[in-house]
Structure formats: C-alpha cells, structure tokens
Design a protein around this ligand. Structure first.
Ligand SMILES: [Mn+2]
Length: 398
C-alpha cells in the first residue's frame, strides 16, 4: 500500500477512476495516412483479429478500455454475416464490440452526398446501410450507432441547403424507428472537410435539432477535433448537458483543423474544462449517460503507444477535474471573487495527479505505468515481426 491508499482523497480517486471507461477505435490500430501519403507501420493491425488483439493489450495495460468501436465497412465488410466471427473474437480476447460506425462516405455513389443526396435512390441506399448497421448493433449487443456524415457541398449555389435538411430529418426518423429500446443514435457534427462550402451537419445546434426530430433515443456526439479554432467547446458541452442532449465524445486534439492528434497534446486545459462541466453537472444531480470514445488515427506515432498514452492522459485530466473542490468554487462564483475562483480552478488543473493514478492502478492490480509496461512487454516488437512481412507484401501492390 502506498501512502495515498490510506487518504480520504484516495476514496475520491477510486470513485472517479473506477467509473471512467473509454472506448478505443478499431481504425486507430490500422495503417492510415494523410491525403498526401501513408507511412506504413509494420506493427499496425490489418485484420479485425489483429485489431481485437491490440485492443485487448491496451485493456490489459490500462484496465479501462473493455470495448472496441467498429467501422462497418472496414471491420464487417459482409455486414450481418460477419457478426458470428466478431462474436468469436469478443470471447477470445475478452473485448466487447463498442459503438457501430456506419460508412456513408467511401462508396462512389456518395460523391454528392449520402442521406442528403439529391437522388432519392442514393438516399435510400444510405438509409439501408444505416438500418444494416443498426441490425449489426442489435446482433452484437452494441448500444450506440455513431453517425458521422461527410455530406455537404463545395460551391455556393450547387445544392439546396434546406432541401437537404428535410431529407436528413426524414432519414434519421426512419433510422430511429428501427432502434431497439436500449439502442441510441449518436449524431456527430463537423464544420468542414471533406466538403468545403457547406457541411450538412456543421455544428452542435444542427446535431441537436436532428437528434430531437429523430426521436428520444438520439443524442449529440462531440468530437473535440470538429470545431473552429477559437470555439468554446466546454460551453457547448454545458449546453448539451443542460438540455439532456449529450450522448458522448470522440476524443482527440487539434491545432489547426481535424488534426487527429493525441488527446491533450496541444491543449490539455481544454479537456480539463470539459471534464469539469461533466463533473459539475453530476454534482448538481443531472442524469448523465456519456460515452467516452477515442477517435484518433496516427500516421507517425506508434499505434499502441499512442493509444495507451491517450487513455492515461484522459484518466489524468478526468481525475484532475474530479478532485476540484466544487463547493469552494461555487462560493467564489457567488461572491464574484474572480481571481480566487480562477486561481482555485486552474490550481486543480496544475495538481499533479500522476502519483494518484499510479496508486489507483496498483490498488487495482494494473501496471503502475502502462506505457512503460507496454515497452517492457515486447508486444509491439512481437506483432511487428508477425505482421511486418505481410504489410510489405500488401504495400507493394498499392
Ligand atoms: Mn469523430
């Protein structure tokens, strides 16, 4: 037992960290690139089996990542027919399928949109893919269908923005009607890219509207990278909490656009401020049902290292915000004691919680330093040797 394990603070630490789980994405383990190039990593996963193996290793090291987000087209290319194989991997690796991510951006027919395409038959194909994804979710016992739409247009006047809103409302209502009672539809937004004039779901207000018109099981998904540079994301989170519309997060960091950088690598204070809003809402008695997911795909960093680093960073920032004395903060806020409030708030951010997360891991029988444990395990070198020759063969075709 460390000295921390006996303190009152440690009870709070356990309460916070025991309740914080984070979902990792299957695509975070695969080779991906930028639109300019792809630097292939020999250790990257190329099959669904390898993605499950990597996820299991991250969960073994951190103890808080029991689910793997799946991408329908990449992980279940045959749709429902692939479900039994995925279930076998779940049992073998002790990892459950997490959110199901439909793919409405890759097929050629989606050049001018999917659920918002001006052609009714293409919209129908897109809805059919959504319904397939919902059925896959039911079969796998996955609760969340996580929708990100690439739809939009590149030039003014080329599309009817309003007609596309109507098509989208209709499509999401149909999807919602097919959800099982315990399923949710999460609607993600993004201001631009790949469309550069208008994006059909550009911000949280549009997501919230579409979720409300879809039905009571739809919620907004906040991807931290999907905002303009100066946007106050914690204020958006506060609004979504207040209105009961916050469904979950895709975590990553950004400096310029949707950069897919490791969570907290550029602005850890922002993630702390977001977590503060969540802890504050919980303390005020709001009912929360928030899915924490990572959405990062690293082109340069090692996939396994980046994933473990992200989970550890998320835990540290979550804990810093959990340990903030909110009663004291409320006193300062009420008195409009600005400097005291700010100093108290940022003091919690500067609190080094790493000895506490370490003590919690030891108390839970987990490696005290997951990143170091990854290095010592030799896992990356092992899979590099196993997978490397196959990647070399694959990349020579590309
Ligand atoms: Mn995302």
């Amino acid at each position: 037992m460390t000295k921390y394990a006996e303190s009152a603070t440690f009870d709070l630490v356990c309460k916070a960290l025991d309740s914080f789980q984070i979902e990792i994405p299957s695509w975070g383990f695969a080779n991906t690139g930028t639109r300019f190039g792809k630097f292939v990593q020999a250790a990257a996963a190329s099959t669904i089996e390898e993605k499950f193996a990597d996820a299991a290793e991250v969960n073994r090291l951190t103890g808080v990542t029991p689910t793997l987000a799946l991408h329908v087209l990449w992980d279940l290319p045959r749709g429902l027919a692939d479900v039994p194989a995925v279930q076998k991997l779940e049992r073998r690796f002790g990892i459950r399928s997490g959110s199901i991510n439909p793919n409405l951006f890759q097929d050629q027919q989606y050049k001018h949109g999917s659920l918002c395409n001006p052609a009714a038959e293409i919209r129908e194909q897109a809805v059919a893919h959504m319904l397939d994804s919902i059925e896959i979710g039911k079969a796998l016992g996955s609760r969340d269908i996580s929708l990100w739409l690439a739809d939009g247009s590149n030039y003014p006047g080329t599309q009817s923005i309003r007609k596309r809103i109507g098509w989208l409302e209709d499509a999401l209502r149909v999807c919602h009607d097919h959800l099982a009672p315990d399923q949710r539809l999460l609607v993600e937004y993004k201001p631009f890219e790949p469309a550069f004039y208008h994006t059909d779901i550009a911000d949280w207000g549009m997501s919230a509207h579409l979720s409300r018109t879809a039905g009571p099981q739809a919620r907004v998904l906040v991807d931290t990278g999907h905002h303009y540079v100066a946007q106050n994301i914690e204020q958006i989170v506060a609004w979504l909490l207040h209105t009961g519309m916050l469904g979950g997060f895709h975590f990553n960091d950004r400096r310029y656009a949707d950069d897919d950088l490791t969570l907290g690598s550029i602005d850890p204070y922002q993630i702390f401020r977001i977590f503060h809003e969540i802890h504050a809402a919980a303390a005020d008695g709001l009912t929360l049902d928030v899915a924490y997911m990572i959405d990062q795909s690293h082109n340069l960093k090692g996939k396994m290292e980046a994933m473990v680093q992200t989970v550890v960073m998320a835990q540290e920032l979550y804990l810093k915000a959990a340990l903030l004395d909110r009663e004291r903060l409320a006193t300062y806020q009420k008195a409009c004691d600005l400097v005291a409030a700010e100093e108290h708030f940022r003091g919690a951010f500067w609190n080094d919680v790493r000895p506490l997360t370490r003590a919690w891991r030891e108390a839970r029988g987990l490696p005290a330093d997951p990143l170091q444990a990854l290095h010592e395990s030799g896992y990356v070198e092992r899979v590099e040797a196993e997978r490397g020759s196959r990647h070399a063969a694959v990349s020579s075709y590309a």
